[in-house]
Design a protein around this ligand. Structure first.
Ligand code: MF3
Ligand code: CO
Ligand code: CO
Length: 326
């Protein structure tokens, strides 16, 4: 015998009353519980051929941080331009593959092979034992979703986070894609999130405090009554995937380090339709919104220039041949 009410065949629209009789709007009641993302099966870890240069954690899975100058040399910057362009191209191609019925594991295989074809190591692979070559974060998954056997469904949104390691440096970029027909509310979330990223990027110039980035992002998200995830932040990047430079996506006046020409870091806001709080799946990677509402993210790797910024992961054409190939 069943005592809990079961959802009807025809579900209410988001703003109609919930079917359960609570008197609340469906979207504030049972909607978040229905159609939650469930973990699938994670396939065995893939290997990278020996001729591809690897970051130090590739063998051990252990990340040992070392001091790395926040301001990069011209040589490192030139290499980061190439790593960034490579990551941008892989992200664009992976995004073109997104459609109902493909699995996030299919996307991982494609990203893994695209990186290798360009002479790059897929930075996520074995980073602190992360088991895959890309992060795939669907619907209420905020970030670090592990590719698995789950098929993308019509109406899903999915973030693909691509990082490439090539010639000793990383380039990190992500974007949120729509799967088939997506609701207007989710499209708006995606649009506002991308705007948040760009408004953050546009504050970047020498002598501006890092807190300008978070202030611009927070102002825009608040205007649209959206949440900003605080638990995950942008980061310095270069020879290491993550350095100690911290980029907050909300205003924190104590985040007052001044930007200097030659600094490289990511700006990667995670914006939500509901709560900004998260919980972790048992895999200890997948971060989901506490209320099951949807969330989007965009990320670029940026360089502080003499008079502003350069986006190292801008989606422009890249040759498949590294200028540094021997
Ligand atoms: N690319 C993510 C970022 O933007 C980090 C992923 S770490 C991983 O910082 F291990 F999950 F890949
Ligand atoms: Co990043
Ligand atoms: Co990333």
């Amino acid at each position: 015998m069943r005592s809990t009410p079961q959802p009807p065949q025809a579900l209410p629209a988001a703003n109609e009353l919930c079917w359960c009789g609570s008197g609340r709007k469906y979207k504030r009641c049972h909607k978040p519980l229905e159609g939650r993302v469930l973990p699938g099966v994670v396939s065995p870890m893939r290997s990278v051929p020996d001729h591809i240069g690897r970051p130090p954690y590739a063998e051990t899975g252990q990340v040992k941080r070392r001091a790395e100058p926040a301001v990069k040399s011209p040589d490192i910057i030139a290499r980061m331009r190439h790593a960034g362009a490579t990551a941008a191209e892989v992200l664009r191609l992976a995004g073109e593959m997104v459609k109902p019925g493909i699995t996030t594991d299919d996307i991982d295989i494609y990203v893994h092979d695209l990186c290798i074809a360009r002479g790059a190591y897929p930075s996520p692979l074995n980073y602190q034992n992360y088991p895959k070559s890309v992060c795939t974060s669907v619907n209420e998954v905020i970030c670090h979703g592990i590719p698995d056997s789950r098929e993308l469904q019509d109406g899903d949104i999915v973030n693909l986070d691509v990082t490439c390691y090539i010639n000793g440096v990383h380039g990190d970029t992500n974007a949120t894609f729509t799967v088939g027909n997506v609701s207007d509310e989710d499209r708006h979330l995606i649009k506002v999130t991308e705007e948040c990223m760009w408004l953050g990027i546009e504050t970047v110039k020498p002598n501006a405090p890092l807190s300008d980035i978070g202030r611009a992002i927070e102002t825009h998200a608040k205007k649209h009554q959206m949440g900003i995830v605080r638990a995950f932040i942008g980061h310095g990047i270069g020879e290491q995937f993550h350095t100690d430079v911290q980029i907050l996506h909300y205003y924190e006046p104590r985040n007052n380090m001044l930007m200097r020409p030659g600094m490289t870091f990511t700006i990667e806001p995670m914006i939500t339709l509901g709560s900004d709080k998260h919980r972790m799946w048992d895999d200890e990677w997948t971060a989901v919104t506490i209320d099951g509402q949807r969330t989007a993210q965009f990320e670029h790797t940026v360089l502080v220039t003499d008079d502003g910024f350069d986006v190292l992961t801008a989606p422009n054409a890249v040759s498949s041949q590294s200028p540094f190939a021997r």
